[in-house]
Design a protein around this ligand. Structure first.
Ligand code: B1M
Length: 220
């Protein structure tokens, strides 16, 4: 089996939700010396995009989406420590969660992995996180940034609800707010009053670092 076979296999087996095969191919790819990023960006993520396209066309339904997501999540467990390898001291603390009403977590987890890889300390609150839970986490951990992920147009309004809760608790000035998720745009992020937005995990890391630098420059 060569690298092309592994990528094709990862794409095809994720598409049909064959978790054991995806796991096996992930290990085989690593044994061949493939970069975790190659497997992620050239096979696993494109496959989930195709799952989404098929769901939109009515060719796939929720169960297919669910097993494909699980297959991807299995591979991510193997790739996570490799993607997050870092020797750097913490560059900042990031509290992260998927908003209330939303159970999607693959994209959020990927952002977390990349943030950890870049030296952030990440506190992951999981999915379906209510505004009061974000508030409590900001009070407890005093992060530099709090991140909200939303993957449905129907849950994006929770960004505003979360920001309002931070304002009400007197915390808005103490923490930077970043938002993201498939349907989110820069315009939407601006409209709800977020400090930062990113379309993908690597841009999220870059944006988080920029925001921290700007804030530190302001206070020094
Ligand atoms: Co759902 N789902 N889903 N789903 N699902 C989408 C999101 C959808 C786009 C599919 C489609 O129609 N094409 C669609 C949303 C449409 C919309 O509102 N615009 C959809 C729908 C409709 C639904 C349900 C409503 C279906 C139903 O029940 N009828 C339902 C909702 C459940 C709920 O949340 N209440 C539902 C359920 C599910 C499953 C549970 C079956 C499963 C989730 C499994 C899981 O996450 N554990 C699932 C899946 C797998 C998908 C798709 C196929 C894949 C999502 C994914 O993991 N993508 C998705 C289709 C698609 O995205 N093309 C779809 C890969 C991931 C790496 O990308 O999530 O975009 P992404 O994350 C990126 C960026 O968004 C960004 O960086 C990440 C990494 O690069 N990012 C940030 C994310 N968070 C960030 C935070 C930041 C910055 C950047 O700063 C804080």
């Amino acid at each position: 089996m060569n690298e092309q076979d592994i990528l094709r296999g990862l794409y095809d087996e994720t598409l049909v939700g064959n978790a054991p095969a995806v796991l096996d191919l992930t290990h085989k790819g690593l044994d061949l010396g493939m970069a975790p990023e190659t497997m992620l960006f050239d096979a696993l993520i494109p496959s989930l995009e195709e799952v989404g396209a098929r769901f939109e066309r009515g060719d796939f339904f929720v169960p297919e989406m669910l097993i494909a997501g699980r297959a991807m999540a299995g591979a991510m467990e193997v790739l996570r420590p490799l993607l997050a390898q870092t020797g750097a001291a913490s560059v900042g603390t990031f509290v992260m969660g998927t908003v209330k009403g939303d159970v999607h977590d693959i994209g959020k987890n990927l952002v977390n992995i990349m943030l950890e890889g870049a030296g952030f300390t990440v506190i992951d609150l999981g999915v379906q996180v209510a505004p009061e839970k974000f508030v409590a986490a900001v009070q407890e951990h005093k992060p530099d940034i709090v991140g909200f992920s939303a993957f449905l147009t129907t849950t994006m309004p929770m960004f505003k609800a979360n920001i309002n809760a931070l304002v009400k608790a007197g915390l808005r000035d103490q923490v930077l707010v970043m938002v993201g998720g498939a349907p989110v745009t820069q315009e939407y992020a601006d409209a709800v009053g977020a400090d930062g937005y990113a379309a993908d995990a690597s841009t999220a890391v870059r944006r988080a670092k920029e925001l921290l630098e700007q804030r530190r420059a302001l206070v020094s």
